[in-house]
Ligand binder design. Structure first.
Ligand SMILES: [Zn+2]
Length: 355
């Protein structure tokens, strides 16, 4: 794999290639963009190009030399705790499920990166995934590093939300924004990655991905999650009121949320409820697109007929999307889940029932 294999993102690819071609390398980069858009993949290919021993004319990595193979191997061989099973003196990849990236973790990484000259690679690579989870102290130690950059260390911060990175860090980094790909680009990519796959299935995978390659490759799970959210959508849009059904659903979701919270220490942004709200919003968005004639993924993706939703006006759907968006932010801010779902679901019902 190489920079050219990054899906979509022509502009980001051209930027990366031109940085390598011209040799105007910075000390630090931020790869920013939504979850599942392939930022880590892009960062790895870029790291390979920074170190490649047989660079192609256009600046891309050869994907064959010892350095290219090493980087790919080290980063892909991570255990479930995201610790590398193949420690390498020149590569540090920090990805933690812990809610915050602590000062110790970041400081140790930088210390060992600075301790000795590169052993094998040209540039030592320090990749910090979920960089927005760095504590203030950890951010400050990165900042200190960026104020006195070492010529043979490249720091790559990967984040979903660049606004949560310290502005003083951002101003010292080169930002490479990774965006969603089009449904078609995803489909084409799947046909290449999975030769022999049924074209219809590839298309389904692409449609469910919402332009995120990571979701396309996780199709079975994504589809299963959608099936659950489809049930919620059905209940919310019933022609007749059934309060009990809604209450049962809320209770069920609340229980699931609590058990998930008890099991894991994972960051609050990763829980299933947030994913469910996103998917619920996507279903309404697909309905909006179908009603306004943009596309008809609505009937393609879900077991619904557009005819059954004739009474939905664009205004109605926008109101509902607005409610979901607010609930989404409240949830990220750790609001009381039961109350939040109660108010969201019954407010949606209110909108649905208005003439
Ligand atoms: Zn190479």
């Amino acid at each position: 794999m190489s920079i050219k294999d990054i899906i979509g993102n022509q502009q980001a690819k051209e930027t990366m290639l031109s940085i390598i071609r011209t040799g105007k390398l910075g000390a630090a980069y931020i790869f920013s963009g939504e979850e599942n858009t392939g930022k880590s993949f892009a960062a790895v290919q870029f790291s390979k190009a920074l170190n490649c021993r047989a660079l192609l004319k256009d600046g891309d990595c050869c994907d064959r030399c010892e350095n290219c193979l090493t980087i790919e191997k080290v980063i892909l061989n991570l255990d479930e705790n995201f610790n590398t099973q193949n420690p390498h003196p020149d590569i540090l990849y920090i990805d933690t499920e812990k809610a915050k990236l602590s000062i110790e973790l970041v400081r140790d990484a930088l210390k060992s990166a600075n301790a000795i000259k590169t052993v094998y690679l040209r540039k030592k690579i320090v990749i910090i995934k979920d960089a927005e989870r760095m504590t203030i102290d950890a951010s400050n130690s990165i900042l200190k590093e960026l104020e006195e950059p070492k010529s043979d260390v490249v720091i790559i911060l990967i984040c979903n939300n660049i606004e949560s990175i310290l502005p003083t860090i951002i101003s010292r980094c080169y930002n490479i924004a990774i965006k969603r790909a089009s449904i078609n680009e995803i489909k084409e990519k799947i046909l290449i990655i999975k030769p022999g796959i049924d074209e219809k299935l590839a298309e389904k995978m692409a449609i469910y991905s919402e332009g995120k390659i990571g979701l396309a490759l996780n199709y079975d799970k994504v589809k299963k999650n959608y099936e659950e959210v489809v049930e919620i959508f059905k209940i919310l849009n019933l022609k007749t009121d059934n309060v009990e059904l809604i209450f049962n659903k809320i209770e069920e979701l609340e229980l699931k949320y609590k058990s998930e919270k008890a099991e894991k220490v994972s960051g609050a942004t990763r829980n299933f409820l947030i994913e469910n709200l996103k998917m619920l919003a996507y279903i309404y968005k697909d309905l909006l697109h179908a009603i306004t004639g943009v596309d008809n993924y609505f009937e393609n993706k879900y077991p619904f007929k557009l005819d059954e939703y004739k009474e939905f006006t664009p205004e109605k759907i926008l109101k509902i999307l607005f409610l979901i968006k607010n609930a989404y932010y409240d949830l990220e801010a750790n609001a009381n889940v039961g109350l939040l779902l109660n108010s969201l679901f019954f407010n949606i019902r209110k909108v649905v029932r208005t003439e």
